[in-house]
Design a protein around this ligand. Structure first.
Ligand SMILES: Cc1ncc(COP(=O)(O)O)c(C=O)c1O
Length: 435
């Protein structure tokens, strides 16, 4: 079959699934995809950092100022020694294939962590059936949609917050579902307005991604919110994938953010039916390069997810598993990590109170600051005049219900050392005071 013929066939196919794409857009883009490949690849959006690189490409920042990147959410505090030591000490384990299910010791360490963190009874999480280690939550958040979504049902939908972590959208698209964006606006505390979702959408919903604490806003879903969503999931038979990878970065030691499994338990849903929580060592323990996290919850879902993962081939190397045990079993380094963020947020928001005046987030390590001019223009000027990079909010969101909820906001990750973050904040002030 000629490529042109394939394109013609592919257009109504793609359109029929989402009903949102114009023929011109699909046809021009689909030409880039070889005829033998998955036609849904064309629906994947440019990643925010590619858009940011394009936004900055014609700009020349001042040579006398070092570059400060507040754009990337990659932790820069030191990884804990005890974890690195375990990793090095167990490198000989590279000689063996690892198991996808993970070692009993790792799953037990994770179950223990979960029960302590969310104040559950010691037996509330069964390490044998309710926990699976993952190679960082990114791959697992993507993979879960491939495992859950049933393309054979009419118009499958995957719901997600807007703005969002872009993996949710790509996962929905490649699973053959329609991504439905739930705007997170200040008037709703930056949480999706679940009451505004039509019954017909809940009926099509097979999976919903939630993110608490949220990226980028840091908004935390309270127990009542999680409870309401869990009830909807039981009523309409959909799965909740709760991305909790920022759950350990919070300002008040006496008020850790609640999690999905804790809420389910409190509701008496002790088998966590339809509930999956995703946690990561990347932010909690400053180990983004270790690629280690876990998913926990509904044992029926996890049994099939394990089967999927066996084929996908995403087992954690055994040395990584051993190092991860040390990380999940230690809270001292996590406390110290939080103290560093606490100081940074207090100092940086104080400096910025003169200009941008961003709200301190409820949790997480981002400022989600409102900009007095368009977010893209703000980011361009800040880079051109002060050599500081921030991420325009619109790149993290999609137009939904006539608005892009990321517009006129920028995401600033306070991951760099305190001095660098303070320097960046002063440069923001300098730019805004000289407009
Ligand atoms: C909201 C959110 N979820 C998940 C991830 C993935 O984290 P990891 O794959 O390192 O566990 C990130 C990474 O930045 C994120 O911001």
């Amino acid at each position: 079959m000629l490529l042109a013929e394939v394109n013609c066939l592919a257009v109504p196919h793609a359109k029929g699934r989402s009903g949102r794409y114009t023929r011109a857009w699909i046809t021009s883009d689909i030409d880039r995809i070889p005829a033998v490949m998955n036609r849904d690849l064309v629906r994947l959006q440019q990643y925010p950092f590619e858009k940011l690189a394009e936004l900055k490409q014609d700009l020349q920042p001042p040579a006398g100022l070092d570059h400060i990147a507040l754009s990337i959410g990659e932790p820069q505090h030191s990884p804990p020694h005890l974890v690195v030591e375990q990793l090095i000490a167990h490198l000989h384990q590279l000689a063996r294939y690892p198991s996808t299910r993970g070692s009993d010791e790792l799953r037990t360490a994770i179950a223990d962590w979960l029960t302590q963190r969310f104040e559950l009874p010691a037996s509330a999480v069964d390490p044998a059936s309710q926990v699976l280690p993952v190679s960082g939550t990114r791959e697992a958040l993507f993979a879960i949609a491939q495992c859950i979504v049933d393309r054979n049902q009419a118009a499958p939908a995957v719901l997600m917050p807007n703005p969002f972590y872009q993996i949710y959208e790509g996962a929905a698209l490649l699973a053959g579902a329609e991504p439905i964006f739930l705007n997170c606006l200040p008037q709703n505390g930056f949480l999706p307005d679940l009451g505004a979702v039509a019954q017909s959408v809940w009926q099509r919903c097979q999976l919903i991604y939630i993110c608490s604490p949220g990226n980028p806003s840091g908004a935390v879903m309270p127990f009542e919110y999680l409870a309401g969503l869990i009830e909807l999931a039981q009523e309409h038979d959909f799965v909740i994938a709760s991305d909790e990878c920022y759950s350990e970065i919070y300002p008040d030691e006496s008020a850790p953010p609640p999690g999905l499994l804790g809420a389910a338990w409190q509701l008496g849903l002790t088998d966590y039916r339809h509930c999956l929580a995703f946690h990561s060592l990347s932010k909690r323990s400053n180990l983004p390069g270790l690629r280690s996290g876990f998913v926990a919850g509904d044992a029926d879902l996890l049994r099939d997810f394990l089967r999927y993962r066996t084929y996908q081939g995403c087992a954690l190397p055994t040395a990584t598993q051993t190092a991860s045990i040390a990380a999940w079993r230690d809270e001292d380094h996590v406390l110290a990590n939080r103290a560093l963020y606490r100081e940074k947020f207090a100092r940086v928001t104080e400096v910025l109170s003169a200009t941008l005046a961003p709200q301190s987030p409820q949790a997480g390590f981002y400022l989600w600051a409102e900009t007095p001019i368009a977010d893209t223009e703000f980011a361009r000027r800040l880079y051109a005049e002060q050599n500081v990079t921030v991420l325009p909010g619109r790149y993290l969101a999609r137009d939904s219900n006539g608005i892009n909820p990321g517009e006129n906001r920028v995401r600033m990750a306070l991951v760099a050392p305190l001095d660098e973050c303070l320097d960046a904040a002063q440069r923001v002030n300098h730019m805004m005071n000289n407009w």
